[in-house]
Design a protein around this ligand. Structure first.
Ligand code: F6R
Length: 243
């Protein structure tokens, strides 16, 4: 595991965007695993800039997103599809057919999950997976638990996660109760993983995830055994780690 300490959020975003841009340049038909949330917003802005100045080309790239709220239509402004569309997809030359996000409207959980696992498999797996980190150490929506769940599944969101995500909704009551998420094996099978994290309020999660013992209570801790993980974190997020 490589840990890159950056001065602040902007530097973190630029650094991580450059790693993703390098992947696209080296493998134009790469499969990018993407995350939503506040942390990657700066990365998507930077990738759009790099695209507009002609440095990267998304025409052969495929994307798979980590997760989607269950029950939300793609067109719902709170869906993760809308998030990705507004921040990245509509600004670059990605082929609409190469964009993959779990289908939040699929009520048949087994079908939704199996289809998404098959989609990832048919693409030949993820080349580079971008991850944010939850305050409770979640990755995707793999919440603290007594086990790691391997594949795509439907998860009941913890109250702390719903509370944290309520900033994107009018109130916490509007945050969906469930989401579809890639599982830990889906994530661990990615050839490269880039985790981005900023802010002092994530410092405990960073210490427990990357310097603590490996436990499903802190799902991100499993990343310690992946052969190619880069954590790009600002000074504040690393403030409780000695290394
Ligand atoms: C989002 C996702 C989540 C977030 C995490 C951090 O697709 O999978 O695991 O990465 O909740 O969210 P932010 O960046 O908003 O703090």
């Amino acid at each position: 595991m490589r840990i890159i300490k950056t001065k602040n959020y902007d530097e973190m975003s630029r650094y991580a965007a450059n790693i993703i841009a390098a992947e696209i340049i080296q493998k134009p038909n790469c499969v990018l695993g993407l995350a939503t949330g506040e942390t990657p917003e700066g990365i998507y802005k930077r990738l759009v800039q790099l695209f507009k100045q002609g440095d990267i080309d998304f025409s052969s790239v495929s994307t798979v997103n980590l997760d989607e709220y269950k029950g939300l239509e793609r067109t719902d402004s709170h869906s993760y599809y809308s998030y990705m569309h507004n921040r990245l997809f509509k600004h670059v030359n990605l082929n609409e057919k190469s964009i993959n996000i779990p289908d939040g409207t699929q009520r048949d959980v087994k079908k939704a999950c199996e289809e998404y696992d098959k989609c990832i498999q048919d693409l030949g797996g993820v080349d580079l997976q971008l991850l944010g980190l939850g305050h409770n150490g979640h990755i995707g929506f793999n919440e603290p638990s007594d086990r790691f769940i391997a594949k795509t599944h439907c998860v009941n969101l913890s109250s702390s996660t719903r509370e944290a995500n309520s900033r994107f909704f009018s109130s916490v009551h509007d945050v969906p109760m469930q989401a579809y998420t890639m599982g830990i094996l889906n994530i661990m099978k990615a050839k490269k993983i880039v985790v981005v994290v900023n802010g002092e309020n994530k410092a405990d999660a960073v210490r427990e995830s990357f310097f603590g013992s490996i436990t499903p209570k802190v799902q991100a801790s499993i990343l310690q055994v992946h052969p190619d993980v880069t954590v790009v974190a600002d000074e504040a997020a690393l403030s409780k780690c000695k290394f």
